[in-house]
Ligand binder design. Structure first.
Ligand code: DAH
Length: 337
């Protein structure tokens, strides 16, 4: 190898070096007793006398150049390792793996229920959590001075007397029907608010899913069929249903719907309070006054509506006895779903 190519080779070797051991190997390769420089030096006696002086000087210059490069490399390696030591940094240590999150159990149930109704031809719509007093009450046949309003009492927005946090998802019925004509089949998931004292079964905020279907010739038996399909999809094929007469201002007739207790299968246990039945939702045929409010008064439509509490469905499905668990963000609880 000639002087020039040795220098080029040495520079590229040194650039790749990252450890003290590799540095020592390079030193031996170039400057060791049997290294390349020694080889060049030993070739001097074989040269013509007049070349020896010039060649010797060139070899010497290369040797000093290489010594300088090696010393420089040694310095950078040392400062690198001392920085690592000073910071107590172990670059061989594996990183901290990011934990993957997952969908909240309440959102999972909402998605599951909406998917069931989707397959039955219902679309999913949403409405605002800040609602007008009209949509939350009056439009749903809940007169402002009527005692039936107490059941749906809510938080009003200060300085905006006619705006409130919706106390149910039913006002979305009014919103949709005011702007669209039947046939309509919708489910409406979302948050609702009530000034309830917090305990194992009450929160001031929870989730509901409203559903409604409006067309010509819709009958109560359509409601029964749809709800039975829904309950069996969520709770299992052997679930039975019961419709109890009830009162809601926005439906007539109105019912509360029970399923046979998923724990005792109807025999009676502590979960169902020895009744054998668990209430899961309210429903009924949409009241003619609601149709009047949304401008369907003169038409021939009929329809049904229902509303359920999502937390209640999730608690029944998974055997959870305290609603607060859903919102405490305790990962030991949430990771189970
Ligand atoms: N909005 C009712 C509530 O919050 C639930 C409900 C009952 C909705 C009957 C309906 C219905 O659409 O028909 O308690």
């Amino acid at each position: 190898m000639d002087i020039n190519s040795i220098q080029v080779q040495a520079e590229s070797d040194l650039a790749k070096i990252t450890s003290a051991q590799a540095l020592e190997e390079a030193r031996v390769k170039y400057l060791g007793r049997k290294g390349l420089i020694a080889e060049l030096t030993s070739s001097i006696p074989g040269l013509a006398v007049e070349q020896r002086g010039i060649f010797g000087k060139q070899v010497n210059a290369l040797k000093h150049k290489l010594l300088g490069l090696l010393a420089e490399k040694e310095k950078t390696l040392k400062t690198k390792s001392s920085v690592l030591k000073k910071n107590n940094l172990d670059i061989g240590m594996p990183g901290i793996a990011q934990e993957l999150g997952h969908i909240h159990p309440i959102t999972q149930i909402i998605d599951e229920i909406c998917a069931i109704f989707n397959r039955l031809g219902f679309s999913v719509v949403q409405g605002p959590e800040v609602e007008t007093e009209y949509n939350n009450f009056t439009g749903l046949n809940i007169p402002l001075e009527h005692p039936s309003r107490d059941a749906f009492d809510t938080f009003y927005l200060k300085d905006y007397a006619k705006l409130l946090l919706r106390s149910h998802t039913s006002p979305v019925q009014v919103r949709v029907m005011k702007t669209r004509e039947p046939p309509l089949a919708m489910v409406v998931p979302g948050r609702v608010y009530r000034p309830d004292a917090v305990d194992a079964s009450h929160l001031f905020m929870f989730h509901q899913i409203e559903g409604f279907l409006v067309d010509e010739n819709i009958r109560f038996s359509d409601l029964k069929g749809i709800l039975e399909l829904f309950a069996q999809s969520v709770f299992g094929q052997d679930i039975r249903m019961r419709f109890r007469p009830h009162f809601f201002p926005f439906t007539e007739p109105s019912v509360e719907v029970d399923i046979s207790c998923i724990i005792c299968k109807g025999k009676g246990c502590s979960v169902c309070g020895a009744k054998g039945w668990l209430e899961i939702l309210g429903a009924g045929m949409i009241h003619p006054n609601v149709f009047k409010q949304v401008g369907y008064g003169h038409k021939i439509y009929t329809g049904f509506a229902f509303g359920m509490g999502v937390e209640r469905i999730a608690m029944l499905k998974y055997g959870i006895n305290d609603i607060r668990l859903f919102f405490e963000n305790d990962l030991r609880f949430l990771k189970q779903f």
